[in-house]
Structures are given as C-alpha cells and as structure tokens.
Design a protein around this ligand. Structure first.
Ligand SMILES: Cc1cc2nc3c(=O)[nH]c(=O)nc-3n(C[C@H](O)[C@H](O)[C@H](O)COP(=O)(O)OP(=O)(O)OC[C@H]3O[C@@H](n4cnc5c(N)ncnc54)[C@H](O)[C@@H]3O)c2cc1C
Length: 663
C-alpha cells in the first residue's frame, strides 16, 4: 500500500493506493479480508466506521443460528438438496442458492478451524437442529453469541495476518470511473482527526469489498444493535443495483437492550401483558384473542422456532397472531408491551396454567429438555441458562423485572445484487454479508451468516484470481473521478460553513419513523405512496438543511444523507410491489385488499390475502437502482438452479486452466 498527501480545494487529503479496499469489520468483511490474504493478495486495507461495531459483534438471540449442510450421522443431506431448499424461499436466483449451499461446508469448517466453538459429540458429529424454513436439521449454534464469536476469531485472524485497519473511518462515497461502469476507489472521513480540512481520506483501488451490513439506521423500531447503521445509499449513488429490497424480517425483540426473543425465550412460555404508557391498567391482552389455554401456550411456544412474523402463520391462532397483537397494542393503542418471566400466563376462560393443559408437543419438548418447571424463568434457565445471564450482563434481571418488547426489524433479505462471485453490476464492487441481497422472500434461520461467509470467500477467490493487478495512484483516480470527489468536498465546505447540526437528529428521526410506519410489518399502498413522496421531497431539501460543526458531525451529516437516499430507494421498492398487485408474504402484511385490518384478528372468517406467486411482481425479482438522479426499476426473471457438469476430468481441467471464473 502506498500513502501520500494531496491537496484538493482547501483540503489536505491522505491518499492510499491498494489492490483491495474492504469496507466494514463485520463477519463478512473480516472473512473476505483474511481469505484474500490467505489466497495470496496481501495488498489490502480495511476501513471501518467502528472496529467492533456492526451487527455481527453485537447481536444474537437465545441460540444464534448458523445454517450449513447437515454434517452428522442420521441426517442425509446433499448440496443439491440444500440449494433446492434455499431456492424454494422464492425470488432467489438458483445459481446463488447453489453457491451458498456448495460453499457452506468450506465456510463452516473455516470458522471451526479458527476456533468458533460449534458443538460436536464425542465422535466428532456436528449435531444440528431445525430452524425456521428448514426441512432438515441443518442449523447449528455456538450459543447466544454465535456471530460475536465469529467476529472474534476472524478479527484475530486479521490481526495475525497484520492486515492494516483504518479504524473510525467512515466511507462516504464509492468512486467510479467516468463511464460509471466500475468502482475505482472510495472517499472516507477519518473520525479520529480533529481538523475537518485534514480529515478526508481517499483510497484508489482495483476492488472494493463492501461489507457495511443491513440498513439498520433507517428504522425506528429495530432489533439491530445501536452500533449498526448501514450505508448502502452510497452504493446506489455509485450505480449499483438493489434487489428484493422490500423483503425484511420483523419479529419480537426487547427494546431497552435490543435482542431477538426467539427460541428458548418463547419456549419457556412467559406471560405477555401490556400497560398504558404510565404503567397503569395492566392486561394480559393475548387472552382476548385465544379461545383456550392450549392454543395460547402453543402459539407462544411456536414463536420460538417461528420467530419472524409470517402472514401464513396468523390463521387458526398461529404463532404470528402474537406479533400482530403486540404490534397493534403498541402502534394502534399506544400501550407498552412486556414479557414476564416470573409468572405463567394467567387464567383464560376458567383454565389456569398447568402441564395437563399444554399441547402434547410442547409438553414433550419441555419434558425431554428437563424443563418441566413451575415458572417461565425456571424453564428458561433449564432450557438455556446463557439466555438468562446475557440479560443480566446487560443490566436486566428477568427474575425481577418484566422485559419491554416490540415488533422490530432485524434483517434485510434483499440488498445489492451480485453475481455468483458476489460482484455487483457495478464492476469491481463486491457486496458481501447482509448488504448483498442474495436471499429471496423466505430464508432458513441462520442462512444470513452462511451467506456472508460463503459469499465473502467467493469474492476473495475471484479477486485473487482475476482482479489482482496493482491499482493506479491517486492522480489517476482524481483524473477519473475528480468531479465525484469535488462534489463531496463542496458539500462538506457548505455544511461546515453553516456550522449547524441541530436539525440533523430531527431529520434522522423523521426518516426512521417513516420507514417503520410505511416499510414495517403492516403495509399499504396509501402509506407507501405518502412516505415515498415525503422521502422524495426530503432528498431535495436535506443537503441544504444539513450542517456540521466538527469532523464527527460531518461524518454524521454524510450518513444522514446516505440514509435519506437508502430510504427513498427502499420505499420505492415497497410501493412498486404493492402498486403492481403484490400481496402479503415474507414478513409483512399488505392490507390493500382488506382496507383495514379486522378488529378481531383471530376471527376465523378473516383470510390474509396471501401472495400466490402467480403475478409477475410476485414471481420475479424487483431490481431497483439510481441512475442520472432518478430511480430505475425492472423485473428480473428468477434464474433456475443450474445443472452442473461434475465430470471430474472436465472440472479438473477447467480448474487447472483457471476457466471457472465465468458467470
Ligand atoms: C438480533 C439479531 C439476531 C440475528 N440472528 C441471526 C441468526 O440467528 N442467524 C443468522 O444467520 N443471522 C442472524 N442475524 C443476522 C446476522 O447477524 C447479520 O446479517 C450479520 O451479522 C451481518 O454481518 P455483516 O458482516 O454483513 O455486517 P455487520 O456485522 O453489520 O458489519 C457491518 C460493518 O460495516 C461497518 N460500516 C457500516 N457502514 C460503514 C461505512 N460507511 N464506512 C465504514 N464502515 C461501515 C460497521 O461499522 C460494521 O463494522 C441476526 C441479526 C440480528 C440483528
């Protein structure tokens, strides 16, 4: 890597020249960086807004899941079967599903080798369990902190390999060549610098690996950790295309300390109650919508393995009825909702909690897990004591206080589109991890972490084999993308001159509220249209009204504008889907054809209008991008799973001759 200082307008800019810039330090970015280094390309740097920030190092659940090919005795499995299961989630390209299935063993074993403690029996068997949308037992877990453990071992690997990390560097723009066909660099702000005129950092590179995670910063009600913001807006601005953007997962989570409440947290069968904002009028509101104790406790229990809200699971007192009732209690009635682990769900229509009143499967599960205990807390500890202690570590004792919850956004199945080497349509840009929208409508729990690892390995392989030339220096970069750099510097000058950042928080709040209201779990055309019009308006006035008085505020101002761009593109995708007849699916309910939700959500006569994949907008993948200051959209046919020619001699020859890097 070469480093030099260049003068540009009034700024003294630090310029690095490197083959590959890796943006972000989540599990996907770190794996990409460490793998690239192992394959032989050592000319790389990582730029990250916060080392240890992001989702991987700060999020989890009762037993955070990693999805991979089944690798233990009694579960027959194959790459083809796993690819089919990923593909069956709808709107996922078959070749990507195949790569994720094929890459899962290599990626998983890499983590094992690096030290993630995935459990094995004494014969070396990788025991598995079933997760949501998983017909086999492909899931494994290293406990509540699987992705944190992944971050730790991968961070260790990056340190061991002495890969240079530019910490507290927020990338604010991806730079392209003049024809806007490929990524050639990036502009960042070094937030450790005090002087704004010396804070800009320019990276000239052959390749950008983008691992900036999910679009957490645009939502108000969220399970994403506070340290994750995402910044996919700059990729849209540079010309990369998004796909399946409307497909996010929503579910029940704690709000004081954001954490996913799946698995044991529900299998322990806590009681749900709500209060007015001031804490008065405590009510077990679920009781109004369930006919008996058995169906109520079964729905709570099932929420454990059916965590994301799913409109197919509302009817007949399904587990997703609970998400809707919680959502309604909070957003429509303005109440607060809590889980109480000190008390069982109380009397319902004359029945009280007793093991005889439980569904047979529920009883069986608790008995086998040696968790037939008197209170939800005792059951939780018997099922999974780390799940209890992690709240204690975050200052919440479930033995003493109820846990406030909401239905929050956790993961975006969509994101930037990539080919089978995870390269976007903006060449030399490789979105990896959550920012790569490889998933379709449904995905098995744990497939996000697998995709991040399998995809980042493939990106590293491709770069090492095909894009390994040294990058041109900063003068060439400035010649190629000087206008793009200059426009950011002019913007910075303008914001610094105004000095005022007081409005920034207010605008951010507006973006987040708008997204949670129009792009959340309950959607309608009217809401999406209004929100989109507001977002378009905001795109026009925001650059003028943003301000900054310091380097930190300058970085925040760029991020705010990035979020504005992101929410504009996401809202357009959501509106377009509904406007063209898209119905409820994935993790949201489209109320278009019901006008409004019925008062009684448990009414057996009410049928959510479910997606049947018989309309273009439902069958195809909605691609959306930003070109010449406007949104462009198209529907893309789903590519089938390719038929492989695995004749060994042929594969061997292609491999040796480097002929495998086509698309
Ligand atoms: C509560 C919760 C539970 C989950 N449970 C599961 C599960 O059980 N199984 C599963 O498979 N998935 C799960 N997920 C999803 C999964 O954890 C994430 O998709 C995954 O960790 C994302 O990893 P990543 O490397 O893509 O991004 P992240 O880990 O989010 O990292 C993003 C990085 O980018 C950096 N960054 C962002 N913008 C910039 C910028 N402009 N410049 C520089 N750096 C930047 C951040 O600082 C961070 O380092 C869960 C998610 C949540 C929130």
């Amino acid at each position: 890597m070469n480093t030099e200082i260049k003068k540009f307008r009034n700024f003294e800019i630090t310029c690095h020249t490197v083959n590959t810039l890796v943006i972000g330090s989540g599990a996907a970015s770190l794996n990409a960086a460490a793998s690239l280094h192992s394959y032989g390309q050592k000319d790389l740097i990582i730029a990250t807004s916060k080392w240890g920030g992001g989702t991987s190092n700060n999020a989890g659940s009762d037993k955070q899941t990693y999805y991979k090919l089944s690798l233990c005795g009694e579960h027959a499995d194959s790459v083809a079967e796993m690819a089919k299961d990923l593909f069956s989630g709808h709107c996922m390209h078959g070749d990507i599903a195949l790569c994720e299935a094929q890459g899962s063993v290599e990626a998983f074993m890499n983590l094992v080798r690096l030290g993630v403690p995935f459990p094995q029996d004494k014969y070396g068997g990788w025991a598995g369990y079933k997760t949501d949308n998983d017909p086999r037992s492909r899931a494994t877990s290293a406990g509540p902190y699987t992705s944190k453990l992944m971050f730790q071992v991968l961070a260790g690997e990056v340190k061991r390999k002495r890969i240079k990390v530019l910490d507290r560097h927020q990338v604010i723009a991806l730079l392209t060549d003049r024809s806007r066909s490929k990524a050639v660099g990036a502009l960042a702000i070094n937030m450790k610098t005090k002087d704004p005129l010396k804070a800009f950092v320019l990276v000239s590179c052959m390749n950008v690996i983008l691992g900036t995670g999910g679009p957490a910063g645009i939502y108000e009600t969220s399970v994403y950790p506070v340290s994750q913001s995402g910044s996919v807006g700059m990729a849209f601005k540079a010309g990369a295309t998004g796909q399946n953007l409307g497909e996010s997962q929503f579910g029940i989570a704690s709000v004081k300390f954001r954490w996913n409440l799946s698995g044991s947290y529900q299998q322990a069968i806590p009681s749900y109650f709500s209060t007015e904002k001031n804490g008065r009028d405590k009510r077990e509101f679920l009781n109004d919508s369930f006919p008996d104790f058995l169906s109520l406790t079964r729905a709570i229990f099932l929420k454990g393995n059916q965590w994301p809200f799913d409109p197919r699971k509302i009817k007949n007192h399904g587990s997703s009825l609970i998400d809707l009732l919680v959502f309604r209690e909070i957003t429509e009635k303005g109440r607060k909702v809590f889980l109480d682990y000190t008390r069982n769900p109380s009397i319902l229509k004359g029945e009280s909690f007793s093991f005889e009143n439980l569904d047979r499967d529920v009883l069986d599960f608790l008995a086998k897990s040696e968790a037939l205990k008197d209170t939800p807390l005792e059951r939780l500890i018997a099922l999974n004591s780390p799940a209890y202690f992690l709240y204690r570590e975050h200052g919440i004792d479930l033995a003493r206080e109820p846990l406030q919850i909401a239905v929050g956004v956790q993961h975006n199945n969509g994101g930037l589109k990539g080919n089978i080497w995870w390269e976007s349509d903006l060449k030399h840009l490789f979105p990896v991890g959550e920012v790569n929208g490889s998933h379709g409508v449904y995905r098995p729990g744990g497939a996000a972490l697998n995709s991040g690892q399998a995809g980042s390995l493939r990106a590293a392989k491709y770069i090492n084999a095909k894009y390994n030339a040294p990058a041109p220096g900063p003068d060439d970069l400035i010649r190629e993308s000087g206008e793009q750099i200059e426009s950011k510097l002019i913007q910075a000058e303008m914001w610094l001159k105004s000095g005022k950042s007081s409005n920034n928080r207010l605008f951010l709040k507006k973006i987040r509220r708008r997204m949670s209201e129009a792009g959340g779990v309950i959607r309608s055309l009217e809401k999406a249209k209004t929100a989109l019009a507001e977002a378009e308006e905001m795109m026009k006035y925001l650059p003028e009204k943003t301000g900054a008085g310091s380097v930190k505020e300058l970085a925040e101002a760029f991020l705010l504008n990035d979020h504005c761009m992101t929410h504009l593109v996401y809202l357009d995708a959501i509106k377009t889907y509904i406007e063209n007849g898209g119905r409820s699916r994935g993790s949201y309910l489209v109320t278009e054809n019901e006008n409004r939700l019925p008062d009684d959500l448990a009414d057996h006569k009410w049928e959510p209008d479910l997606c049947r994949y018989d309309r273009e907008i439902e069958k195809d993948i909605l691609e959306i991008g930003f070109r010449n200051e406007g949104i462009v959209k198209k529907l893309m046919k789903v590519r089938e799973i390719p038929v492989q020619d695995l004749w060994f001699e042929k594969v061997w020859k292609d491999f040796v001759q480097d002929n495998i890097y086509g698309c």
